[in-house]
Design a protein around this ligand. Structure first.
Ligand code: UP6
Length: 275
């Protein structure tokens, strides 16, 4: 599957949000997701407005925005139509089914009403998927499970990762893939189990071209390492594109977005050609 084009995978995919993401990747020739971790509405919108043409997906942490309101969501939606990208709220749900269903549908943010894709830690077990699915499936949303993390000393390894993949396989109507550092084809499957039809999207944070990490445990790899060597599908880049977020220089942000888009797309082409 890592050798198939995004377009071919879109045709075979049964989940609406996975299909939409693969289609936009092919249409815009980009596997870049920008993680817009800034703390004001105006910075957020100016970053999205400048990176919009280069991305398939915007990743948000709406709970860090000081002046969050639903006008921000309205403007984000308008930009997503203007530039043709999807929206991924990186909420990292991690509670019991009933609580996550409420956190997903309600509160200040009403994530399910605007975010095509969200994610969850598998730590509570399968009930977190059923809780979120009760809200997300009727809306055609998609869920990613955090099978691995990019941070130094992450506990999401070994049998935890395998169990996450098994949980995803049992819920393919809603779970479209993973936040992970590598492809998960066949991970955790029993010897007699056929997993050939699985097509989980791998979205990978911890991507940077100019740095190998930060002072708080983040670890970076290059787009080539992520897409070619590890078979991931989408590169998630935050500070590599907008720096520390203070004194945003819009021209630099644009140049970096263009640079990461090119690196990511070239790596993907190298992968599908098998060179
Ligand atoms: N993120 C990671 N690693 C994970 C999961 N999520 O870095 O394993 C998220 C962070 C941040 C973004 O919450 O929003 O991806 C990475 O940002 P950066 O490129 O600025 O380091």
């Amino acid at each position: 599957l890592a050798k198939l084009s995004y377009a071919e995978r879109a045709k075979r995919h049964s989940n609406a949000s996975a299909r939409a993401l693969l289609e936009v990747m092919e249409r815009k020739k980009t596997n870049l997701c920008v993680s817009v971790d800034v703390t004001t509405k105006s910075e957020f919108l100016s970053v999205v407005d400048v990176v919009g043409p280069y991305i398939c997906l915007v990743k948000t942490h709406v709970d860090i925005i000081e002046d969050f309101d639903h006008d921000l969501i309205e403007k984000l939606r308008e930009l997503s139509v203007k530039y043709d990208f999807l929206i991924f709220e990186d909420r990292k749900f991690a509670d019991i089914g009933n609580t996550v269903a409420l956190q997903y549908s309600s509160g200040v943010h009403k994530i399910a009403s605007w975010s095509h894709i969200t994610n969850a830690h598998p730590v509570p077990g399968p009930s977190i998927i059923s809780g979120l699915a009760s809200v997300g499936v009727p809306l055609g949303r998609g869920l990613l499970l955090l099978a691995e993390m990019s941070t130094k000393g992450s506990l999401a390894t070994g049998s935890y990762t395998e169990e996450a993949v098994r949980m995803a396989r049992a819920n393919k109507n809603f779970v479209i893939g993973f936040i992970a550092q590598r492809r998960m084809d066949g991970v955790g499957a029993s010897p007699d189990e056929s997993t050939e039809e699985d097509d989980f999207l791998i979205l990978t944070p911890g991507v940077g071209l100019d740095s190998r990490g930060d002072s708080m445990g983040q670890q970076y790899r290059t787009p080539k390492e992520v897409i070619v060597d590890s078979g991931c599908d989408v590169i998630i880049v935050g500070r590599g594109i907008y720096g520390k977020g203070n004194n945003l220089d819009i021209q630099t942000v644009q140049a970096q977005a263009e640079r990461y888009r090119t690196e990511g797309w070239n790596a993907y082409q190298e992968r599908i050609k098998g060179t």
